[in-house]
Design a protein around this ligand. Structure first.
Ligand SMILES: NC(=O)c1ccc[n+]([C@@H]2O[C@H](COP(=O)([O-])OP(=O)(O)OC[C@H]3O[C@@H](n4cnc5c(N)ncnc54)[C@H](OP(=O)(O)O)[C@@H]3O)[C@@H](O)[C@H]2O)c1
Length: 336
């Protein structure tokens, strides 16, 4: 079978197509014929910073994929032909995250899913929502589940609440779709008016172009009567965090997710301490959360937004497209 491997610490240029033997599932495992992947900023970042991150080479990249069960190990509760989606963490089934479950992320500590076939523990896959294609299902394990987690914990969003979303990448577009489903109002920032129009078409209520308006937090405060939003889905990191705090109401919640502006920088803890804001670090989510999310996705017939799909042989171009940041929603790779 063919896999893509990061064979050297040369960023996207270090990706090479390779042949590996077909893996056989052991007891409690399934083999999945992968039909599609989606990529996340984290996958790009792992490829571009592999040396600094101490990534062991060769690494099969990517956490997110979906396909069909092609072989079943003893005792695994699946049948050949079942449509399944991989979980970001092969071993985080439920409850709190811990060191062991954290070490089971695909495309990092564990080999990833940019392969024609992959063996996973049966508890590391989940049935694919029936109305979704494999490409659409492949967008769910990381971006969708992270957005779902940020909107449901430590307590679920309530209808009528206002949520701040930053940018129009994978996590934020899913968060917009979930907020619409949950009856929450959203205020979205983007560097592009055209992308903001697309967010409006998905139901966004307020929009602000952060490139034209660097004081976008003030604009968000104006749109909320000076009070601020109930919750922020923070994907920007150090370059946006203080403004997100300013744009969040006293007693509000910030789901701390991303580092699009860089991994380190100065933030001012006094501001969120004074406002009694709960800042909650989020690392994707468990299989149990995935099941909750899929139930809601099926009930509402939610369809993920895929900007572009690349062929298997052109996989490196998908990461280049993510680096260019022209996309809206998700980038996918057809595998099978
Ligand atoms: N903690 C977790 O579990 C977890 C899970 C998933 C993702 N993440 C992280 O979350 C972040 C987003 O991931 P993603 O996969 O959604 O990325 P993505 O699809 O690559 O999103 C990129 C978009 O982010 C927006 N953006 C960039 N800089 C921004 C800024 N300064 N202010 C506001 N928006 C900005 C841009 O939107 P516009 O083009 O509209 O300006 C850009 O197109 C990444 O840092 C990723 O590593 C973390």
């Amino acid at each position: 079978m063919r896999v893509w491997e990061l064979a050297s610490h040369d960023g996207i240029d270090g990706l090479k197509l390779a042949e590996r033997p077909l893996p056989e599932p052991g007891p409690g495992e399934v083999r999945v014929r992968v039909a599609a992947n989606s990529i996340n900023y984290r996958d790009l970042s792992t490829i571009e910073n592999s040396e600094a991150r101490g990534v062991a080479l060769p690494l099969i990249p990517n956490s997110d994929g979906a396909g069909t069960v092609s072989a079943v190990g003893a005792g695994a509760p699946y049948r050949e032909g079942d449509r399944v989606t991989g979980c970001f963490f092969a071993d985080w089934t439920a409850g709190e995250i811990g060191p062991q479950t954290m070490g089971s992320a695909l495309g990092g500590p564990r080999p990833g899913i940019l392969a024609e076939e992959i063996v996973l523990p049966a508890h590391g896959v989940i049935p694919t929502p029936v109305h979704l294609s494999d490409e659409e299902a492949a967008t769910l394990p990381c971006a969708a589940l992270t957005a779902w987690h940020a909107l449901t914990l430590p307590k679920p969003i309530q209808a009528g609440e206002t949520v701040l979303l930053l940018g129009t990448g994978g996590v934020s577009v899913f968060a917009q779709q979930f907020c619409r489903m949950m009856g929450a109002r959203t205020i979205v920032t983007s560097s592009s008016d055209a992308k903001l129009e697309r967010m409006k078409a998905l139901g966004a209520d307020g929009t602000v172009n952060y490139r034209d308006n660097p004081d976008w937090d003030q604009a968000v405060l104006e749109m909320t009567g000076g009070l601020g939003v109930d919750r922020a889905v923070e994907v920007g990191g150090p370059g946006t965090f203080d403004r997100s705090v300013n744009a969040t109401r006293i007693g509000g919640i910030i789901g701390l997710i991303g580092i699009l502006t860089g991994p380190a920088g100065t933030v001012h803890p006094t501001n969120f301490m004074r406002k009694s804001i709960t800042v909650r670090g989020i690392y994707v989510g468990s299989r149990a959360m995935f099941a909750d999310m899929n139930r809601a996705i099926e009930l509402h017939g939610l369809t993920p937004v895929i900007d572009e799909t690349f062929g298997f042989e052109s996989a490196p171009d998908a990461y280049r497209a993510m680096r260019a940041a022209g996309h809206f929603g998700k980038l996918a790779i057809r595998v099978g």
